[in-house]
Design a protein around this ligand. Structure first.
Ligand SMILES: NC(=O)c1ccc[n+]([C@@H]2O[C@H](COP(=O)([O-])OP(=O)(O)OC[C@H]3O[C@@H](n4cnc5c(N)ncnc54)[C@H](OP(=O)(O)O)[C@@H]3O)[C@@H](O)[C@H]2O)c1
Length: 296
């Protein structure tokens, strides 16, 4: 029987590439997105590749759309082999600058979203008779280590990694394997159009301004010059799904090898120094008062 796979966030980037790759490998793919009118790129690429996909509306923050998607898959397939929780986005900014609504917005999509979607689809995953069934959570290198000014986002990915560990315990007896796919910087809308900043940040009035400016510059470099292609993550997801006994962590893309090695073998002080240096924060002297940067 062909595997039935549902993926969230397929209008662009990693979700789009994963939908195309899995469809080309014989999966029946439910390529979901919150707004089907944003599916033109996916439809064009699928037509060019000669693969078929099932587009479906699903907003991970809207329980009614999740329930409707479950009803469609249940009626058409009666089962689900793989679920890929990919939809997500990042805020970039100083923790003190975020409003409570912005903090909730970040957690709603990146943590409560995959939690809702997984809980809703688990009965269909349990019903599938395939020997290899996988719950893939796209977390991030930021689920292992925090890049400066990505702490709010990283907190959501740390949380999703924690849920993934719990699902490994809970779902193993059913033969469902939970994995965390952990991309480094990837060239998608993630670091561009999808990136959000705290609306209340006022550079003129913030003592954090030198930190924000340095980190903004390095982040722009990270998400363009240093970034890898989303197809690389799609291939890693496929490998995790096809693995006989998949491990928890699936790092992939630029910087993940060096980060994984550093996290395993170097003292945390070194990792912290390297991150600060990378983000240009090591050049900032002590900020002595609310107005600006001091000497020391
Ligand atoms: N790119 C990177 O450097 C990187 C690194 C590590 C981890 N990741 C993770 O990889 C995943 C995919 O991101 P990407 O890089 O492919 O970025 P992307 O091109 O911005 O794609 C994100 C996708 O998530 C969708 N989405 C956002 N909010 C949603 C919601 N409420 N319901 C349903 N879909 C929603 C977006 O849909 P719309 O088109 O409607 O906005 C879009 O399809 C994310 O979880 C991200 O955290 C990315």
């Amino acid at each position: 029987m062909e595997p039935v796979t549902l993926i969230t966030g397929c209008s662009s980037g990693i979700g789009l590439e994963t939908a195309l790759l899995l469809a080309s490998r014989g999966h029946r793919v439910y390529a979901t997105m919150r707004d089907l009118s944003r599916g033109a790129a996916l439809r064009e690429r699928a037509a060019a590749a000669g693969v078929e996909l099932e587009p479906l509306t699903l907003d991970v923050t809207a329980p009614a759309t999740i329930a409707a998607a479950v009803a469609v898959v249940e009626e058409r397939e009666g089962r689900l082999t793989n679920l890929v929780n990919n939809a997500g986005f990042s805020y970039f900014g100083i923790l003190e600058h975020f409003s409570e609504d912005e903090i909730r917005d970040q957690f709603d999509t990146n943590v409560f979203g995959p939690l809702r979607v997984t809980r809703a689809f688990l009965p269909l995953l349990r019903r599938d008779a395939s020997t290899r069934r996988t719950l893939v959570n796209v977390t991030s290198l930021n689920a292992r280590v925090v890049y400066p000014l990505m702490g709010l986002y990283a907190a959501t990915k740390f949380a999703l990694l924690g849920l993934t560990e719990e699902w490994r315990h809970e779902l193993r007896p059913f033969g469902i394997r939970a994995v965390s796919v952990e991309p480094g910087p990837i060239e998608t809308k993630f670091g561009g159009g999808s990136l959000k900043r705290p609306a209340g940040y006022d550079p003129a009035g913030s003592p954090y301004r030198p930190i924000v400016e340095a980190a903004e510059e390095s982040f722009a470099r990270l998400t363009t010059r240093d970034a890898g292609p989303p197809s690389k993550v799609a291939r890693k997801i496929l490998r995790a799904i096809e693995a006989r006994n998949p491990r928890l962590h699936w790092p992939c893309g630029p910087l993940t090898k060096v980060s994984t090695l550093s996290l395993r073998f170097a003292p945390y002080g070194f990792v912290e120094w390297a991150l600060r240096r990378n983000a240009g924060l090591n050049k900032i002297g002590r900020i002595t008062h609310e107005e600006g940067v001091g000497e020391g």
